[in-house]
Design a protein around this ligand. Structure first.
Ligand code: FRU
Length: 515
């Protein structure tokens, strides 16, 4: 009887609670989350508010961490925090509480994280291995006062695999002697010298430092004042060794983001292939090589401490030219899919390729189109519901062709293979909403075909609700673009302008949502 009375009271309370909840006006409905207009379905985006660069990419205790530049109060850039998400497979993400908040030294700008296995920092306690974050402090007061030393480097540590963080009491650990842009430290363990190496950017070049304990840093060297692209400020460096595919040769790759000065305007990422001896990075390369020829892959860096020594990269899928203006309401911007990096030699020259990790293709479920061949000199129109959340694969030796993704409003996103002019282009000028900012839809974006001429080329296209990622020949060429169609694309037109070669649409598959 007593039990019955209690359960009646509980039931009544629940009912009245529910009624109360229903009374609250303008409560966002839970089920609408991640179903909003333009919300990516298989890319990472924050639940709400502004996000830019990926930060502190590190694998630890079975978990891939993704920290990111985050402003929790608005959908435009503001006082920077480190947002945080975790994943066991780099595909499905769980949001975690904000990891790092601004403090008396400034906003928390981009940086990296390491697993301090030998407890070199002494932050470890009770047998717990510290996760150490190394980031830039940006002092707004310093900047406003017209000083040049307002960016310094600080550290913080976590003993619970990233859930809670403590800033180091003697921050900052690297001071600034008057370099206006002095930021984005990437740290990794360098076994041969038994030390930590830190690389940061200083306006038009990179600087290297070393440390035994992550707290005391010694300057080593500079790289890049007279090499590569210099149309803007260098940002978000990364440095790592990679084996040349099919050989035992090891080279070091230096990644540098630059803004502005990218090949198709605004923000972009260049790389250098060379050697690193523990002190100095050298490369014969005078001209930049570009990581991605689209306009929406910026500030990308790679994971530390990944098993099997794979090099996995995530970039911010936006561009400072229009990042603040894109037409989403609840959140702004997403990350690229995680991509595996490899080095390939073509005629004695080394190229860095980037290609979605296999687990992304594991998200394909229903096949929407299977094995359609478009003969030479013909075209075909496929009606495909679900193009905006799909993986498209094709193979062809056709030297000239077009792919048009269209909706009923005649909005079209167009890709063109133009071997006569040795270019591949993507054109979003009429792809949907483009007028929110003048540069976004101003011109088509072009990539040179060098390095990818071969007989048969293989194309993989990942379309999500507000992005397109193209990979030719396993990532020898990649182009990443944001798109905002007013209504979903449902028609794919393939125009084969080649006189001999057919185009094989191998498959179009629907991608599962990870949210
Ligand atoms: C790159 C960048 C970094 C900086 C961060 C600030 O997009 O400008 O250089 O640390 O964003 O949010």
């Amino acid at each position: 009887m007593f039990r019955l009375i209690i359960s009646c009271i509980v039931m009544a309370a629940l009912v009245s609670c529910k009624e109360k909840r229903e009374e609250v006006p303008n409560q966002p409905k839970e089920e609408s989350l991640y179903k909003e207009e333009y919300r990516p379905q298989f890319h990472f985006s924050p639940k709400e508010k502004w996000m830019n660069d990926p930060n502190g990419l590190v694998f630890n205790q079975g978990v891939y961490h993704l920290f990111y530049q985050y402003y929790p109060e608005d959908i435009v850039w503001g006082p920077m925090h480190w947002g945080h998400a975790v994943s066991e497979d780099l595909v499905h993400w769980k949001h975690r509480p904000i990891a790092l908040y601004p403090d008396e030294h400034g906003y928390i700008f981009s940086g990296s994280a390491v697993v301090d296995k030998k407890n070199t920092s002494g932050f470890g306690a009770n047998g717990k291995t510290p996760l150490v974050a190394i980031f830039t402090y940006h002092s707004m007061e310093g900047e406003k006062a017209g000083r040049k030393d307002f960016q310094t480097q600080g550290i913080a540590y976590s003993l619970d695999n990233g859930d809670t963080w403590k800033k180091y009491k003697n921050n900052p650990v690297i001071l600034n002697d008057g370099i206006k842009d002095f930021r984005d430290p990437k740290v990794f363990w360098h076994e041969p010298s038994d030390s930590w190496i830190l690389i940061l950017v200083a306006g038009d070049h990179a600087k290297f430092y070393s440390s035994k304990n992550l707290k005391d840093w010694t300057y080593l060297s500079d790289f890049g004042k007279s090499q590569g692209a210099h149309g803007g400020v260098w940002e978000c460096p990364d440095l790592f060794p990679l084996k040349v595919e099919g050989s035992n040769e090891e080279k070091w790759v230096l990644i540098i983001s630059i803004n502005p000065g990218a090949p198709n305007g605004g923000s972009g990422t260049q790389y250098f292939v060379g050697d690193f001896d523990g002190t100095t990075f050298t490369s014969d390369q005078k001209n930049p090589k570009w990581f991605d020829y689209g306009t929406d892959n910026y500030a990308g860096v790679t994971y530390n401490n990944v098993p099997e020594e794979e090099r996995i990269f995530i970039g911010w899928m936006s561009n400072w030219d229009y990042a603040r203006d894109t037409p989403t309401k609840k959140w702004r911007s997403a990350m690229t899919v995680p991509r595996k990096l490899s080095l390939h030699k073509v005629a004695d020259d080394c190229f860095l390729t980037n290609y979605p990790i296999d687990k992304i293709s594991g998200l394909t479920n229903s096949t929407l189109v299977n094995e359609v061949e478009v003969a030479a000199n013909t075209s075909d129109t496929l009606q495909v519901e679900g193009l905006n959340q799909s993986e498209i694969r094709l193979r062809t030796a056709a030297k000239n062709f077009k792919l048009l993704f269209k909706n009923e409003l005649d909005e079209a996103f167009v890709m063109t293979m133009d071997s006569d002019n040795q270019i591949f282009s993507v054109d979003r000028t009429l792809s949907g909403k483009v007028d929110f900012q003048e540069d976004f839809g101003a011109k088509k974006h072009v990539a040179p075909l060098n390095g990818i001429e071969g007989d048969v080329k293989e194309f993989k296209i990942l379309m999500d609700w507000s992005s397109m990622e193209l990979f030719v020949d396993q990532g020898m060429l990649s182009m990443t673009e944001q798109i905002f169609p007013t209504s979903p694309y449902h028609t794919l037109i393939i125009v084969n302008e080649d006189k001999q070669a057919p185009i094989a649409i191998e498959s179009i598959k629907k991608m599962q949502s990870v949210w």
